[in-house]
Design a protein around this ligand. Structure first.
Ligand code: GDD
Ligand code: MG
Length: 362
């Protein structure tokens, strides 16, 4: 089977992290976001993953070479001359997708969940329609595509993208399985699958919904990234392992993921919902909660980081405090005794004074 991952644009909403790498390569729980998806696809027998991108993907290309070798999966790139939206990219690779009569997966690149791909395949084959969408309930459906089913049925009656008025709370989780016949509805020009394809399939009664069991998050923005991380850590029952060799004075609370190469000095209090990346160094007496310290970062003595992301190779000074969805891009250095409240700091910057209100630091 084949899968198309819609990798899309520049990941502006995940800046400043996406100044350093494309969104799919940003680490989510110590692995590039896209690896969570590829690994789950390979497990159900997908042998070719097509990454649909609309920019020159040199960095992605080299990163994916290693993935191809590790997972024995073919990874190809489909590069758009102009952004083709969420359906146009499927038109561009129509020949590849039509080469067999097997259904194929389509994934938004920024969603994280338990990826029940086998259930999707089985369900899709059983109902015999043209497409199956994974759905999940949310509290604010206005940001998503809302799915309304026929009474007591999996058949979708209406699909409404980003409704202005409330129509329901079951939304499109951004994961589909489609039969090749859907391609007759799609052209290699800018087209939205949510607006130009799904509503017509719903009207024809050929689109079905299967509810997702377990957590779901669109992790394309920092606040949602942190929420999604907590849900993921909870779902895998993340905990420290013997490989982490922690000093007995270190207090761990709730789900925490610490790479074995990271070091944690005595008297730190860590958790809940903390991810510490490879070669990160957490110095003495540090307090971390609901946060990420990415690869190579350093949090110095007695600093406190909560609800924030410390980017690759960045440092937080002694007694400093980051909170309220502060995001340090790559190689940012926060001086000692500095307070950052909701700062979004561009890569390679130094922060020497307090940032008292949420703002972008350039
Ligand atoms: N190749 C390519 N070309 N990919 C694109 C393009 C494009 O022109 N435009 C967007 N994408 C990719 C994005 O990178 C993302 O992976 C996916 O298509 C969806 O785009 P988003 O911009 O993230 O859409 P959204 O989050 O507002 O809404 C979508 O996702 C929701 C779930 O998170 C919709 O599919 C909603 O219906 C859905 O509920
Ligand atoms: Mg999205």
């Amino acid at each position: 089977m084949k899968a198309v991952i819609l990798v899309g644009g520049f990941g502006t909403r995940l800046r400043p992290l996406t100044f350093s790498k494309p969104k799919p390569l940003v680490d989510f729980c110590n692995r590039p976001m896209i690896m969570h998806q590829i690994e789950a696809l390979v497990k159900v027998g997908v042998d070719e993953v097509i990454l649909a991108v609309n920019y020159q993907p040199e960095v992605m290309l080299s990163a994916m070479k290693a993935v191809e070798a590790e997972y024995k999966v073919k990874i190809t790139f489909s590069i758009e001359g102009e952004p083709l939206g969420t359906a146009g990219p499927l038109g561009l690779v129509r020949d590849v997708l039509e080469a067999s009569d097997q259904p194929f997966f389509v994934l938004n690149s920024d969603v994280i969940c338990p990826f029940p791909f086998q259930k999707l395949v089985d369900f899709h084959r059983a109902h015999g329609g043209e497409g199956t969408i994974l759905t999940t309930p949310v509290t604010d459906p206005s940001k998503y595509g809302v799915v309304l089913c026929q009474p007591e049925s999996s058949e979708i009656a209406r699909f409404v993208e980003k409704p202005k008025n409330y129509v329901g709370n079951q939304i499109n989780a951004g994961i589909y399985i489609l039969s090749p016949s859907v391609l007759k509805r799609i052209h290699p020009r800018p087209m939205s699958i949510e607006k130009d394809v799904f509503p017509h399939m719903a009207a024809a009664g050929t689109l079905h919904a299967v509810p997702l069991e377990g957590f779901w998050a669109d992790v394309g923005q920092p606040a949602d990234f942190l929420t999604g991380m907590a849900l993921y850590l909870d779902s895998i029952h993340a905990n420290v392992t013997s490989a982490n060799q922690l000093d007995p004075s270190v207090e761990i609370i709730g789900p925490v993921m610490i790479d074995p190469s990271a070091t944690i000095a005595p008297n730190c209090k860590i958790g809940p919902n903390v991810v510490i990346g490879p070669d990160a160094h957490i110095q003495r007496g540090v307090r971390l909660s609901h946060c990420v310290a990415m690869r190579g970062s350093v949090v110095k003595d007695h600093a406190c980081v909560r609800n924030s992301i410390v980017g690759w190779y960045s440092s937080v000074g002694r007694w400093s405090r980051l909170e309220n969805v502060t995001v340090l891009g790559e190689d940012v250095h926060v001086a000692d005794e500095v307070y950052v409240n909701g700062g979004s700091v561009l890569p390679h910057k130094s922060v020497g004074a307090n940032i008292l209100t949420p703002q972008i630091v350039m």
